[in-house]
Each structure stands twice: as C-alpha cells, then as structure tokens.
Write a protein that binds this ligand. Sequence first.
Ligand code: PA5
Length: 383
Amino acid sequence: MINVNFETRINEARAEELLGQIKADPMGGWADLPFNFNKKELASIKKAARKINSESEVLVCIGIGGSYLGHRAIIEALQPRGIKIIYAGNSLSRRELDRALAEVEGKDFSVNVISKSGTTLEPSIAFKAFKDKLIEKYGEQEAYQRIYATTDAARGALHDEAVAKGYERFVVPDNIGGRYSVLSAVGLLPLAAAGVDVDALLAGAKEIAETLQRTGNELSKTPIMQYAFMRHDLGERGYDTEVFASFEPATMYFNEWLKQLFGESEGKNKQGIWPASVIYSTDLHSLGQFMQDGRRNLWETIIDFPTDELNAKVVTAVKKAHSVGGIPVLSLEVPSYDERGFGELIYFFEMACAISAKLFGVNPFDQPGVEAYKSELKKLMEV
Ligand code: PA5
C-alpha cells in the first residue's frame, strides 16, 4: 500500500462530505471501476488484445490528452512484452504524423482510435491517415476488421462511423471523463494488447480504493486524504507549484499523465497548483540548482519506488538536501514497481486530485478552458 511520510490534521466530516460528493457526481463513475468492472467487457477487451497480437506486429494508438496519456504512462514504465505500440494523433505536427506512418511501413498493423467526443481534431486527422494506409494495404473489408474504436456509447462522429463500417467498438462511459478513464476500456485495451496484466492493475487500484471505505475517524488518516489535504494546505500557504519527482526515467510519461490530471482538473477560476515534474538524478544536473536554492514557491512530491542500492542513496540524499534547502518534501512510498503498484498510483492520484480540486472549490471534471484554443483554431481554419 502507498505510504506517505507526513501527517496533516483533517476534519473527518469534511473528508466524508467531499468523498460523498465525488461518488455522487454524474462524472464520478471512475471511482467505482476497480470494484465492479464489467466481466463481459473485460473478456472482450482481452479477446480483442489477443486478436490484435495474433495478426499484427504494431498497434497504433490514436488519441490525445486523457484518451492517451494514461496507457502510455504505464506501457512506457513497465515495458511489457506484447505487441509494439506506437502513438499518433497527439499533436498537429505533420512531421510527427509522417514519422508514425513510416513506423508501420512494411509491417502488419492494427489501429485503436480513442476519442470520447469522436470529434477532436488531432486524433481525427491521424485516424484518417492511418485508415487510408490500412485500406491501401489490406482493402476495405480487412482494414475495417483491424480498427478498434473506443468512443461514446451512442453519439459522435467516430461512433457513427464505427457503426456504419463495422469496427469493433469499446465504450467510454458517460460518467467518466478523459483524464479519469485509464482504468476503463480507454486504457485497458492498449494495455492488454501491450502485454500489461490488467487484472493486477485493477487489483492494485482496488486495494487503495478500499481504504476509503474506512469509517470512525479513520478516513482522514488514509494516504489519499492526507495527500489531498496536504497539497491544499501548501497551496493556501503560498506554495503554488508542485514538482513531481521520480527517480525512474521510464516514468516520464507518468509525470505527463499527472500534469494533465492535476492541470486540467484544478486550474480553474484562477485557482490551483501548477503541476511540474522532474526525473532524477538526470534533472539534478539541470533543475537541481533551482530546486535547492531558487525561489521558494514550490514543493516536491517524491514518487518513491523500490529501487537499487545506489539509486536509493540518491533518493535519501535528495530528500535531505532539499529539506535543508527549505522545500517541503512529501514522499509517497510505492510498494512495487509493477502493475499492482501502478494500479494503486493511478487510483491514488485520481481520487486525491478530485478531492483537492473540491477543496479549491472548482469542478474536477470539466475543462472549459480547453475550448478557448479550439475556437481560436477553428476561426483560423475557416479563413
Ligand atoms: O481529460 C480530458 O477530458 C481531455 O484531455 C480529453 O481526454 C481530450 O481532450 C481528448 O478528448 P476526446 O477523447 O473527446 O478526443
């Protein structure tokens, strides 16, 4: 179980109230995923993953933001042994799209296009390019058998196309938003195809989720509540930047997932903590100076995985040096660097983020600010 190295005083009734609000929220469906994942759906996910592995050398995962970062974070961190996964549709760079298209040249491949709305520009453009490539290589009929669409159950352009062309479909439930969707079909299909043990991932998530069922003044003592309230306290005391620090280079995308989760959930109404990240010891040689002695508006949250002896010494040295340098150093000890550990981490941060956003008085589940750039881009494209 994740362990935290700090203790803050929490009003138990407030913790219960916020947890109740999140579970009752129309967008709070993700909170129950580890408890009641639909067995039939899980079986279909695993079956599709086996089919993909049996007929392809590469799976192209097309999606952006919450439809992409969670599964990439776990795949990059665990380097499982299933099919090779490549990513597309997470930028509008033509150079990047051409690079991804070149990666499937001469190889058998399948495509998992993931978009809840089914209308996001980046994945739509990449999907068209890869669909054309599939059709060119296999002809229409086989191409459509190689496309897996994860989208809304009933609406949207991608849903309608998937129904019309007969793509295998997986659902992003109505009550789960993008950045909270990694433990739904959004994440589980690419993860299973990549060779990640999705049962162990869900079991890890369940283990930490069960701690929230504590009662009698115990909920406030759970690591999730401790961390959520602690970060809010720090924010109120003028620490406006949280630096997530990991000592494992392969967790770089996990940091990216964290930044999206917190940034999009909390940064509203001029509120929130700016989420930043570092990988040590690499970044001790670039940002280390600032961490040690720069402006004191930040704190560090160390994601402390079990590691080798030398790396463990670096962890100890960093904790000591940065504390002496005047940075609050929070440490989250993760029990294992595997599916269970990452399952715990995913749920831990999702729930802590939702609670923390509520403490800041903002809605953790919407993202009105993302629309501003979209409408500006739309205007330019209409010219
Ligand atoms: O977390 C979110 O809601 C966003 O990051 C979305 O996941 C992202 O904008 C992609 O949206 P969609 O899945 O509709 O293509």
